[in-house]
Each structure stands twice: as C-alpha cells, then as structure tokens.
Design a protein around this ligand. Sequence first.
Ligand code: SF4
Length: 389
Amino acid sequence: MNPLGVYLQVPFCQTKCTYCNFHTGVVAEARFAPYVDAVCAEIAGRREFYSGAGVELPAALDSAIVDSVYIGGGTPSLLDPAHLARFMDTIRGSFACDLLEVTLEADPETITAEKAAAWFAAGIRRISFGVQSFCDEELRAAGRMHRRADVYRAVPLLREAGIANISFDLIAGLPGQTAQSWRNSLEQVATLRPEHVSIYLLEVDEGSRLGLEILQGGARYGAGRVPSEDEMAEFYETACAFLEQAGFRHYEISNWARPGFESRHNLKYWRREPYLGFGAGAHSFSGTQRWANAHDAAVYVAAIGGGKLPVEQLERVTRESALEEELFLGMRKLDGIDVAQIEREYGVAVEPRFERLMSAGLVEREGSWVRLAPGKLSVANEVFVELMK
Ligand code: SF4
C-alpha cells in the first residue's frame, strides 16, 4: 500500500495570539462557508487544478491510500461541525481511504458536548489541543481566549464522545513563565493524561507582535518578561525528564507519545512520505515536488472559484536537496537515521558529515543508525547547521 497524508488548512481564529507567526486571521463567520466550498472543490478537482498549476502527480500517488488526515489551522474547531463533516465526506469521495488517524486541531474554549459528538460522527478520532500553558496569567498575556478551567472542562467532554487520542501543545517561553509555573503546567498534563504531547519553544521573529517587540523593544506584549534562551532550554530539559517519568516516549524533538500514539500523520513529514495539503497556505510534498498554496484566504477562494489553483512555491526536489532533507528531517526523530541505507539509496558517503558531531558528543551511533545524543537535544540546531555544511 502507498500511504498518503491529507492536510486541510483552516486559517481562521477568534483572536490573534501575541506570539503567533502563522498566516491566520480573524474574519467574519460569513466567510467560513465559501472557504469550505473552495477547499472541497480543490480536493475533488485536484487533478485538473494540479495540471493547470504545473504540479505533476506521480502515478503512485494517484493510486495511494489516504491513511491520515490532519485538519489544522488556525482554529478549525471554530467551523460548524457540518463543515468538518463535509471535508471528511469529500476526502472519502475523492480518494481511496483507510483512515487510521484523523486529527482536528481545537482550542479548548470552542468545545461543547454537541460538537465533540458531531466530530466523532464525522470520523474525527484525534484532537490536538492548543493548551500552551495551565497558568491563566500566561494565557492572558499571550492573548489566548481559553483558561486552564476550559481544558479541564473539555477533556471529559471529548472522552465521553469517544475520542481516545488527545494531544496537548505547550509553549516554553511565554511572557511571565517561570521554572515553577512550567513545572506546574507539566504536572497538570500528567493529571489529565493525554496520549500525546508537543512542546514548542517560543519563536522570536518579526512575524508575531511579541517577536517584533522582543526584537525592536516595547512593553505592550510582555517582551521584557519572556524567559531567557537558557531558561527556555532548561524548561525543555525539565519537560524531557518529566514526560519520560510520566510514561511518554520522546520520539521527535518536539513530540512525546504514549506507546502506539505517535502521530502517524506528522511522522510523514520527518520520513519524507507524501502528503497533499488543501486550503490557503497549505503545503504539499509529492515525493518529487514541493509546493504551497497562496496564504491569503480571500485570494485562494477567488482563484479556486475561477478554476485556478494559486500555487506559490512550486519546486522540484533535486537529488541533492532530497538527501539534505533525509538528514535534517530524519535527525529530528529520536530514533535517528540509518546512514548505511541512505548511502546505498543516494550513492554518496554521508558518514564523514557526522565525524565532528560524533567526537563533540552531539550525536551517537548504534550499528548503522545515528541519532541525536540524549541530553544534547536542546542544541539540536547546531547539529543541523553542521550537517548542511
Ligand atoms: S489560535 Fe493558533 S493559529 Fe490562531 S492566532 Fe493563536 S496561535 Fe495563531
């Protein structure tokens, strides 16, 4: 079987979080239905859209079986459940499917018993929660709509609806976060017992209001109360130790899972397996090409309505860049990469690239496998920079 992942992007939110550097926006609800129509049209008419945009669909992909769906954003849980059911019906009607994992990203305050039941009926079996923190003060400072109590309210609703796979996202580096509040958030994760946890470090760049304030100065978004890089690295190390103790396996730099709950869909990104993304700003990888749709939802809807797919970054993946991807995506997995297998596949020696990293103790080796050294994960970027030289 050729497995294929399908990603649907819903770029709408209730408010804009201060740290958010995604292409998402706050729009009137009246814009949801036309957007859903456009995404469904793109899925159902993908062959024509692709051929008009210069995207080649390899034959193996055309007959592939969709085994994972990820509806992300944005805040897709804002959509009417009937819209999400339409997404799922369109996928089932347009692809051969053997759906083993269907994820919806949800914000805790958007969840009701009715919505949870409707999601389950639509075939959604995994909920990825943007928890970010269990400290109300930090949530408020970050511009989040939910509070700690919303998470405690939402989890039982999802369990009662039959959702047996819940993932929490946490952010290390929010304004006002301390070693103690971080530890407290981790403890509450353990209390609520999700199957999966993702931890991201605050990204500082010009794409978010908080990032801009950290770079350019100001006091509106709490830039002065953001933990230092060293503190963030410590938070990360604390999480590694805590989650392991709590029964989670660390399987990717930012991801932990109880046995058997690793994200099938997200593993495709690090294993270079194909996925097709639909919607504004969605990225796709066919095995031979990568491309992204236009980010602006209005531009996207207008283009699809006019019979055109607004593709922005279409590139053929050369052998050289495929090899680089094998290294920097593969090394994100804590199992690492099989160097001998990559050398056979690409006909080049990659072993020498690891020599300095090995002697610096940043990576370790077991048979033909090389992986990040435990305890050095917070400096993984150094490894990636060296590998790309
Ligand atoms: S909910 Fe997520 S996507 Fe939306 S603004 Fe906040 S961080 Fe960004």
